[in-house]
Design a protein around this ligand. Structure first.
Ligand SMILES: *[C@@H]1O[C@H](CO)[C@@H](O)[C@H](O)[C@H]1NC(C)=O
Ligand SMILES: *[C@@H]1O[C@H](CO)[C@@H](O)[C@H](O)[C@H]1NC(C)=O
Length: 196
């Protein structure tokens, strides 16, 4: 006679050992997914460079912007350590200034409006001749592309624990018309957020 009790016994043993491991794994996965911090979301609401239409360029022109920063987490605070804003034309930085000076704690589910005027900070000397020609040509074509960027060291914080510090980089691409106002389809656009 063939004894076929052996294999089924072994299967049962495996089931008894593996089931709790599997269930525990599932619990950990669910916990990890629900406690894992989510990156903040940035949306570009407004951006303009009123002096863009001047024939001598954006010399001493203001940069006006309104960006919303949303903390999507239900229980986690976000600490921004000195958020800086900068404006780029192509690879060329034309402005850099602090936006949030000191440590800023953002509550869970809070949306913070980052709005600021960088006044008279863009100078013609920051754009070299080659870039200046490209800029004038873009303006004649009707769209000048800029990027508004934010950088900050960031920590996630939840009552007893906080995570290690991350370097956050946010990039919002925006197209301006020849008069320096934002082209409509860029309004409300989501910015690219990168953590490392
Ligand atoms: C900035 O944008 C937000 C969201 O659209 C709006 O609620 C707020 O009034 C704006 N602030 C200014 C000064 O325009
Ligand atoms: C977000 O928090 C800031 C600072 O505490 C507060 O001024 C603002 O009203 C809050 N925004 C919302 C939408 O709750």
């Amino acid at each position: 006679m063939v004894d076929n009790k052996g294999p089924s016994k072994r299967k049962l043993m495996f089931a008894i050992i593996l089931t709790p491991i599997f269930v525990l794994g599932l619990i950990f996965l669910i916990l990890w997914l629900s406690l894992r911090p989510h990156n903040p979301k940035f949306h570009l609401q407004e951006f303009s460079i009123p002096g863009l239409g001047q024939t001598n360029g954006f010399q001493n022109s203001n940069v006006v912007f309104n960006v919303t920063a949303q903390n999507p987490n239900r229980q986690i605070w976000i600490l921004y350590k000195a958020l800086r804003g900068s404006v780029y034309y192509k690879d060329h930085r034309v402005v850099v200034e602090p936006v949030l000076h000191s440590h800023y704690y953002q509550k869970p589910k809070n949306t913070t409006v980052l709005e600021k005027v960088f006044s008279g900070t863009m100078t013609a000397s920051t754009v070299d001749n080659q870039r200046w020609l490209e800029f004038k040509s873009d303006r004649v074509k009707g769209t000048v592309m800029f990027s508004l960027k934010f950088t900050s060291d960031v920590k996630y914080r939840k009552s007893a624990w906080d995570t290690i510090e991350h370097r956050m980089r946010v990039k919002c691409d925006v197209g301006l018309g020849p008069d320096g106002s934002m082209l409509h389809h860029f309004r409300g656009r989501r910015c690219h957020v990168h953590f490392n």
